[in-house]
Design a protein around this ligand. Sequence first.
Ligand code: SAH
Length: 269
Amino acid sequence: MASCFCVKNTSPGTPSNAACEPNQLPPPLARVVTLALAIAAVLGTGVSAASPGATPAPSPDAYAAQRQRMVEEQIRSRGVTDPRVLRAMLTVPRHRFVPDEYLSQAYADRPLPIGYGQTISQPYIVALMSAEADVRSGERALEIGTGSGYQAAILAELTDQVYTIEIIQPLARAAARRLRDLGYVRVRTRIGDGYLGWPEAAPFDAILVTAAPDHVPPPLLAQLREGGRMVVPVGPPGLVQTLWRITKKGGKLEFTNLGSVLFVPLVRP
Ligand code: SAH
């Protein structure tokens, strides 16, 4: 079941190297900041960050402290520091995207089952992919593999042009409803084969593929804008995959290895 998570990286020097220790603790300063922010969140106060570079707290809810810990201990400490991405991870209520029986683990450092043999990805992987795709306000982003809708909601915090495709009909329907209920009304959802992309809405500035194909789908490459970024895990089903960032520059493709991951396979009809 374990899918959509980071596995120990064997290639030194790649961005996710040393980023995958599941129980990695933050450095002492980060722990102090975490505690201060967590207390503030519980007290319901607006928080001014205790140190330069710390992320402001979101509007508090019962899970705000857990989100804060997730961001500090699982994400920032592993090197994802883009303030816009951290802010999005602090804002989106991840507990609304997991089945009730997993509520207590909603902010845990792991993927969780969402039914139909699929999973919501580990928070760190969602943050890493969002940061590497470098989605800017006003840009057009495409996600393949809507699943729970969580990654789409994170993207919707970064830009108002989000398109997402899911092949399993009940998952797609539930995600569309969830996104609407949470106010992410501008996210466009579609039921279908994401391998083919969304040609009518192309080109895209960013494409995130959250299920693993065994090769990079040519239609998605074709739908990437000049200067656009695609983040995609590629590898054989059930085995460790490589997470790639592909940038289109001057009509050429540049590949960056972001480390080893394990996603559910991208299936074809
Ligand atoms: N991004 C999701 C988790 C992705 S799990 C989240 O945030 O919750 C991968 C998802 O990709 C699954 O829901 C699976 O059904 C879907 N998927 C697999 N193959 C697909 C395809 N060809 N087109 C669209 N979605 C696909």
